[in-house]
Design a protein around this ligand. Structure first.
Ligand SMILES: [Zn+2]
Length: 147
């Protein structure tokens, strides 16, 4: 058997693997997950990508975002960690009906993601590290509608 026939699949596998990593690193920082209830929220995914670039130096990982409309849930937004760099953000349009309030809720949740990514050991969800994250973004105009 020709050595090229033995090596080619390995080379293709490695090339595909490296291409996958390159795509992951250069791709958008949020993704639209059509499998989520309501089909995800592509507009909020676009907002996440823009806000990540504008206010977080594109340092936040890809996330999955969904919009829910549930007055029974006592929160505007919620973030869960599904893996080391896997997060799901939910925005509750029942309590954040306007686009601007959803965007500002997204900034709030993105500061939670930042703390996870930074490995913060802060036990309080809205403790000094989270407040510092919010204040820093507010100073740069990220929350100019409310603050
Ligand atoms: Zn919070």
């Amino acid at each position: 058997m020709n050595i090229a026939k033995k090596v080619a699949p390995v080379v293709l596998f490695i090339a595909g693997y490296l291409f996958g990593i390159a795509l992951m690193l250069s791709g958008p920082s949020a993704r639209h997950d059509a499998n989520l209830p309501g089909g995800g929220a592509p507009d909020l995914t676009d907002d996440y990508n823009r806000l990540n670039f504008e206010y977080f130096k594109a340092s936040l990982p890809p996330v999955t975002i969904q919009r829910i409309d549930d007055k029974e849930m006592p929160w505007l937004g919620y973030t869960i960690q599904c893996g080391p760099r896997c997060f799901q953000i939910s925005i509750n349009s029942a309590w954040a009906p306007a686009q601007v309030s959803q965007e500002e809720t997204l900034i709030h949740e993105m500061c939670h993601v930042k703390l996870y990514v930074d490995g913060s050991s802060e036990l309080q969800a809205h403790g000094p590290a989270w407040q510092s994250c919010m204040l820093e973004r507010a100073k740069r105009g990220a929350l100019k509608f409310l603050w």
